[in-house]
Design a protein around this ligand. Structure first.
Ligand code: FE2
Length: 273
């Protein structure tokens, strides 16, 4: 992939697909690691790893990892965190020159068992769920919307296709979402739940439409409404098919969805930036 353009593409679309980020040989080890800590009892059981070798020496970290501590666990964490130093990985991250972007806050893995049920609907993250009054609902919070997105890197350790475990994302939707947050925080519109895509499309068409035009172009707004309405009918146009070793980096303010792995178990590693 042409690295000189990925920063622009990521800013514009809110996601990029990075082919062959992890070599086949390393991917074997990723698979082995995910399987060795998964109890097999529940689906999407989340396993966290030390995100950085320095954290091995931080006693505050130990509580959350105490279940796994062993020499092998240290080795596995070291392997996972040092993959980011490999030439291929490093050059991708370096070409996305965001402040603080190079720092990983968390690495985890989970296995989604073969299933017919989509794990999530179309949604955005950090949006107060479906609360109608966040300040009241969360007791003591300001009710302000976060303006700092998390950049999430999903590394696929198994291949995913349409109707089989694909992650889906609506391009450009993070921009509308950021504008809605701005309007809410400045008091120009009243907060209404927009965690789910359906709610967001209705607000963009209706209650937030006039104010949004002060921050976005009509084309951007129409594009969101069209993509959003289309995605609610079918994921097909928005699935990001990947081979094992490919990765998806996305801005978590954009609307996204996980789909059921209908043919085989799906194994994903997530790096949070
Ligand atoms: Fe999400």
């Amino acid at each position: 992939m042409n690295l000189s353009n990925i920063s622009h593409e990521y800013d514009e679309k809110g996601f990029i697909v990075i082919k062959s980020l992890i070599s086949n040989e390393d991917n074997e080890r990723f698979l082995k690691i995910a399987k060795s800590y998964d109890s097999g009892e529940t689906t999407n059981e989340n396993i966290s790893y030390f995100p950085h070798p320095i954290r091995f020496f931080d006693p505050r970290m130990y509580k959350q990892f105490s279940k796994w501590l062993s020499i092998q666990f240290y080795r596995d964490c070291f392997f996972l965190s040092t993959r980011t130093k490999q030439k291929n990985f490093q050059s991708v991250i370096n070409s996305l020159d965001y402040d603080g972007f190079k720092k990983i806050s968390r690495i985890d893995s989970y296995i989604s068992k073969k299933s017919q049920d989509d794990p999530t609907e179309w949604h955005t993250d950090q949006a107060f769920g479906g609360a109608t009054n966040p300040a009241e609902f969360f007791g003591g919070t300001s009710g302000l919307m976060s303006m700092n997105n998390i950049n999430r890197l999903f590394i696929h350790s198994t291949s995913v296709q349409y109707l089989n475990g694909c992650f889906s994302y609506i391009p450009y939707s993070h921009k509308i979402n950021i504008s809605m947050r701005k309007l809410i925080n400045s008091g120009k519109v009243r907060y209404k739940p927009f965690y789910l895509l359906e709610d967001a499309v209705n607000l963009v068409k209706g209650d937030y439409h006039r104010e949004l035009l002060t921050l976005c172009t009509k084309e951007e707004i129409d594009q969101f409404i069209n993509h959003g309405s289309n995605a609610l009918k079918s994921d097909k146009d928005y699935v990001l098919e990947c081979e094992a070793g490919d990765a998806v980096l996305f801005n978590d303010f954009g609307y996204h969805k996980g789909t059921a792995p209908q043919s085989n178990d799906r194994i994903v590693f997530r790096y949070w930036y």
